[in-house]
Design a protein around this ligand. Structure first.
Ligand SMILES: [Cu+2]
Length: 312
């Protein structure tokens, strides 16, 4: 349920009208929620979250919130959350106060029942969506250098002739549907490639850490091996995990339009998974966390057959 608390200094006619609009939005918001069953939510853990909205990314259903400590879960920090009910986006602005229930169920997490309190400053200002420059399909990807899980220097150049799927993660990420989901997806792709001798010659996976200080080659090796469940036997033949110079990682993230910033032990970040063709040119970007390993596999197979891959 979406509740809206409006705290305008003076109730002018205009703001009263706005209040009516908000109430309509709130009522509309009830409809999809009424249909949403409780399937699979029995084991969900729920936490109360309280904070200030930093930015709103409606197309990707994400909101970055600077929040207070959440008891039994994490200290106060700024990070992105997914809102289950998209209609609340229409009434949220940077600077608004928000209270919501953070639900963590299996590998997913989201916010429910947001209560938005508008602040006068936020009302005066325009919404500030998180947007960053992003390369277009066909763009040449510069040659970046990193260090892989074995401490070996790698460069993007060396993957020419193969499709390269890369993503950004950090091993201490606390939310199951951000970095963990990316790595679960990459592990699934890795498994498929290993069982497909033809395709695996034409595709390679690379996870780049956003936390090079903590994520040393050794940390990345055990994180990756835990995901493939091969442990000491893992050879990382198809899937490499890489760290590097912080400046170099910043340049790579910037090139792919990924924004991130350090907040204590945590990193506030968006998600970007990119497919680079055998010629070193960008084919497409899978944004957010909704993409499935099957989507990527279908694209890899198209590429293998020399067919066109849709950029969106
Ligand atoms: Cu993360």
């Amino acid at each position: 349920m979406v509740w809206l608390t409006l705290s305008f200094g003076d109730m002018t006619g205009r703001s009263f009208k706005r209040r009516l609009i908000f109430l309509c939005v709130a009522i509309l918001a009830l409809l999809p929620l009424a249909c949403a069953g409780s399937k699979g939510e029995e084991q969900a853990r729920r936490y109360q979250l309280k904070g200030t909205i930093v930015s709103v990314d409606k197309p990707h259903k994400q909101v970055v919130i600077a929040h207070e400590a959440i008891e039994d879960l994490m200290e106060g920090m700024t990070m992105p959350y997914t809102l289950k009910d998209g209609s609340a986006f229409d009434v949220m602005r940077a600077g608004d106060k928000i209270q919501a229930t953070l639900v963590i169920a299996g590998e997913r997490s989201w916010l429910e029942d947001p209560v938005i309190t508008q602040t006068p400053q936020a009302t005066a200002g325009a919404p500030t969506p998180v947007t960053s420059a992003e390369p277009q399909p066909g763009a040449s990807v510069p040659d970046f250098a990193l260090i892989n899980q074995d401490g070996k220097r790698i460069t993007f150049q060396q993957y020419r002739g193969q499709a390269l799927l890369l993503t950004f993660i950090y091993t201490r990420c606390p939310l199951p549907d951000f970095c963990t989901r990316m790595s679960t997806n990459f592990a699934a792709l890795n498994r498929t490639l290993q069982n497909d001798p033809d395709l695996r010659q034409h595709a390679h996976l690379l996870s780049i850490t956003l936390d090079p200080d903590y994520d040393t080659p050794k940390v990345l090796r055990s994180y990756g091996a835990a995901h493939t469940e091969n442990y000491e036997q893992e050879k990382f033949a198809q899937w490499e995990l890489a760290t590097g110079q912080p400046e170099e990682i910043k340049r790579i993230a910037q090139f792919f339009g990924l924004t991130y910033m350090q907040e204590g032990d945590q990193i506030v970040h968006s998600l970007r998974t990119a497919l680079i063709g055998p010629d070193g040119k960008l084919i497409k970007i899978y944004r957010g966390n909704e993409w499935k390993p099957e989507d990527v596999l279908a694209d890899l197979r198209l590429l293998r057959e020399g067919k066109q891959v849709a950029a969106e």
